[in-house]
Ligand binder design. Structure first.
Ligand code: BES
Ligand code: MN
Ligand code: MN
Length: 457
């Protein structure tokens, strides 16, 4: 129907209509976003299981009122509740699967937030709150588009809102198997990524994968006096620290042998802006080598996310018998989570000092993903997004992970995958004071509304 970037009268009429229709639904969508943000759906924390169910129920209700002809809340194998809702395709039109997730990360300490994390608060054109960007903004983008179309989108729509993305989607395979037919689609739109600036739309073409593990080092049967035995007897926390330093070389490159390091030429980004966005302290060096995007999109990264050890204020003069760390590896496109987990374990076994006993317990894993943005759905997205944002689409990699994508792409190999979203560099995903840029949210809603129109046959 809409075939050209050049605005014919028909096209500009449609753009005007959708611009008005999306603008009209925006206040309600924002109110419902606030309603969702008030629910602390931290699925990874068992204390919030009930909240995550409440959050799924709220999404289901919003889908019903947005005109879905069927809405189900599903869960597999004790996994988190997901919502699958359907708007049937008009005769001859394709079906588009709209994905987002309704679970959120823990807050990182409510006391550190400028306003309470589950009390949505607007400041300077941004809506602050946990999940305001990642990914309840994605959930509400989809629902706002369906409302803008008054519940009758020009293509078939299946809304799939997952509840355990932040836990690595452990039961997704089972969900896909159980609801395969319900989830089949021609195009998959994943609203869970970010744009390089609030007026520059991105199509994300690569994401890293992820491998986590718990590393336990044991040295002694019990704590012993640090003066009586210290010296010849070492402590488990020092052994663990030595082991953790083996993850990088002196330049800060990941030193685990056997991981894929991509070398894709990318335009470099401005280092000062990058440092400021990340909040890096003056004088602190960047790790590794290559352009910054190359490092983030195409190379592995290793980090220690947590350590179980006595608190400093409670420490006493004993040598610690055991210590534990959570190690996280981001893996490059082209790598494989099973192979990377094996490489990491072998590396840890080879580097544990002093004959300490080592136990490595694999945790979450997710495959990396990359795609060629070639074909008519991608062209449709380029037209729709450029029209909504006023700037051309940039294709970009992302350092984060959405394990769902590779899994879905494997299950539905014929479907085109469009990775979009309404985060921006200031959104602080997973951090303190997460926020959504509200004007960009409006652009994102219009962009997706135009996209559905562009995807009609
Ligand atoms: N939406 C993010 C992933 C993301 C972040 C994509 C930034 C693009 C840009 C997602 O919610 C996320 O945080 N995923 C986890 C996956 C993990 C739990 C397996 C991640 O990357 O840590
Ligand atoms: Mn997300
Ligand atoms: Mn996330």
């Amino acid at each position: 129907m809409v075939a050209s970037h050049v605005a014919s009268p028909l096209v500009s009429d449609l753009r005007e209509t959708l611009k008005n229709a999306t603008a009209a639904v925006l206040p309600g969508a924002r109110a419902d976003l606030e309603r969702l943000v008030r629910i602390p759906s931290i699925w990874a924390d068992p204390a919030h299981a009930e909240d995550t169910h409440r959050s799924a129920e709220t999404v289901a209700e919003l889908a019903r009122t947005a005109g879905a002809t069927s809405v189900r809340t599903v869960a597999a194998d004790g996994g988190a509740p997901a919502v699958i809702a359907h708007w049937p395709a008009p005769q001859g039109q394709p079906t588009v699967l709209l994905y987002a997730h309704h679970d959120v990360q823990p807050t990182g300490g409510d006391q550190h937030w400028t306003s309470p994390p589950f009390q949505p608060t607007e400041r300077d054109g941004r809506l602050y709150g946990r999940g305001a960007a990642d990914d309840k903004a994605g959930v509400m983008t989809h629902l706002a588009v369906l409302r803008a179309y008054d519940g009758r989108p020009p293509v078939g729509v299946t809304l799939f809102i997952e509840g355990e993305e932040e836990s690595g989607s452990p039961t997704l395979t089972a969900l896909l198997a159980q609801h395969h037919d319900l989830l089949t689609a021609d195009v998959i739109v994943i609203a869970d990524a970010a744009n390089p600036a609030v007026d520059v739309p991105a199509l994300t073409t690569s994401l890293r994968g992820l491998v986590d593990c718990t590393v336990e080092v044991a040295m002694l049967q019990r704590p012993v006096h640090s003066g009586m035995s210290g010296g010849p007897i070492g402590d488990a926390l020092t052994a663990l620290c030595r082991l953790m330093t083996s993850l990088h070389d002196d330049e800060g490159e990941v030193a685990v042998p056997g991981l894929v390091h991509g070398s894709v030429a990318t335009p470099d980004t401005d280092e000062a802006t990058f440092r400021a966005d990340a909040g890096l302290l003056d004088g602190v060096e960047l790790l590794g080598c290559g352009s910054i995007p190359e490092r983030i999109w195409h190379k592995p990264a290793a980090a220690v996310l947590g350590i179980d050890a006595p608190r400093v204020g409670e420490a006493s003069n004993v040598l610690l018998p055991r210590a534990r760390a959570m190690v996280s590896l981001r893996i490059a496109p082209g790598d494989d989570p099973v192979a990377a987990q094996r490489a990491l374990t072998a590396h840890l076994e080879a580097n544990v000092p002093w004959g300490a006993r080592l136990t490595v317990t694999p945790g979450a894993g997710g495959a990396p993903f990359s795609l060629q943005a070639v074909g008519s759905p991608y062209d449709a997205a380029r037209r729709a997004f450029a029209a909504a944002y006023g700037n051309d689409v940039v294709e970009t990699g992302m350092g984060g992970s959405i394990p769902f994508i590779a899994e879905f792409a494997r299950t539905f190999p014929g479907a085109a995958v469009l990775v979009t979203g309404v985060g921006d560099p200031a959104s602080r995903w997973h951090g303190i004071d997460e926020s959504l840029h509200l004007e960009m949210f409006g652009r994102g809603v219009l962009a997706e509304a135009l996209l559905l129109a562009e995807l009609t046959r």
